[in-house]
Design a protein. Sequence first.
Lengths: 104, 457
Amino acid sequence: MSTEFTQSDVVVNLLIFLVTSFLGLELIRHVSRLLHTPLMSLTNAISSVSVVAALVVIAHAKDNFILTLATIGVALAATNVISGFMITERILRFFKKGNEGEKK
Amino acid sequence: MATAVGYLYVLAAVLFILSLKGMSEVKTSRWGNWAGCAGMLVAVVSTLMAVGIHRYDLLILAVVVGSIIGVPIALKLPMTAVLQRTAMSHAFGSMAVALVGTAEFYQRAPDIDTFTVAVLSAEMILGYLTFTGSSIAFAKLQGLISGKPFIYPGRNFVSIVVLAIAAALGIALVINPSWGFLLPIMAGFALLFGFLLVMGIGGADMPTVIAILNAYAGLSAAALGFVLNNKVLIVAGTLDGSSGFILAILMCKAMNRSFVNVLFGGVGATVTSSKGAVKETRTVQSYTPEDLATMLEYSRHVVIAPGYGMAVAQAHYAVRELQDLLEAKGVDIKYAIHPVAGRMPGHMNVLLAEANISYDKLFDLNEINPLFTETDVAIVVGANDVVNPAARTNPDSPIYGMPILDVDKARSVVVIKRSMAAGFAGVENELFYLPRTTMVFGDAKKVITQVVAALRQ
């Protein structure tokens, strides 16, 4: 995957950004108020897909300094991915309705 | 190969979108989390397929370190500390993005086009300031430093100058990308700005600030996506950014304040300092936990309004016991949840859910307020500003205009509170002096446990 890109890439990326913004605003507006805390941990985990960016940089790194920075980036983002999805699952398991709550 | 990866990225993006769609209802929410997980897996695996990684040793090391930090946090963390983890995860996420941005700059400078440097500079400034901002938020929430806003004359001026210097250095980098030595200085000023920004923010504004930092972390990730021409990162970062943005707006609305006022207003410091001068001489009525138990036994409709005090005292399990006992005696129990109760969006909902309280008993501000007139007893557990009637009646109050839970419209109000101290906004609460209000002083958990014991007799 090349990181060299053309003018049309910029336009396409801007379009993706704008469409996702509107879509995101719509989606989040419909998120249940009960779930705002797990929503934060979920979106945080999702945005840690920046680990992908760190991988691309590692693959092309020209010296050890760049390699070090990107590796720390992978570690930080991996922490978020792992703990983010796991804790979201843990929080969501707490939400029960009516009689479900009685079983425990 | 590259095309296959492109399609897989589309799949990952779709899974991320479906993941958020799943969060619209509790029923589908766990499914949504799994969709997010799957999207992440697709994105990472397809990237590993596409790029030639020579240093798998480093990758494995990084993932092992990430697991060692991440897994215990995820499994052991008490729900009362979820907000600290949220602040920490914003710090980690933004630092990751800022470091990768920095690496990318040094990788490509000085042969780097203007657009890319401009986006990179913005991305790094945003990333670094979110890192210190979130770290300070973490330290405040964890009690490592005082939760009070740190205010000094000319604070906003200093903050803005610091940010302006960071921006100017960013522009200098755009003009001449070979001046790589400027980058650490720019990063330093961005870090300083994040520090100054959140130091000036008080506890009650934390939900908004956490949401804003969430938006920044997401936006900086999206910006990195632009730099690397990585579309799945643009999608994920933008979704995270818009989520933080919407939450911040909801929090601001719930406090009747603007973004600017939250970030630069410093509410809680000025008011608190002047408060000491006014000596409070009025008296309040107080009850013992046993009195409260008797009162509750003879009620039909009870509404519980929890606040940060319930979280601090970890009283949510005791509250659940109280609910069970009262329901067994035929009392109807509802919970009134103010959007900014606690220190994080949705904070109270998570705690009550952890205590196995059914979510159909949790009522939003707009749903519960009309019901207070039919409520026999409203119990306020560790909440203060969100039930202060001054928000409706006193135009001079700093919280005037904030939508509140109208507990004062219930037939009687019981406030469980450690002392007469003001809330985090530093405002006196008229509610405590109303004829229909009774105070029960003490730690929320202790008081409710005593009420439960009395009810059992």
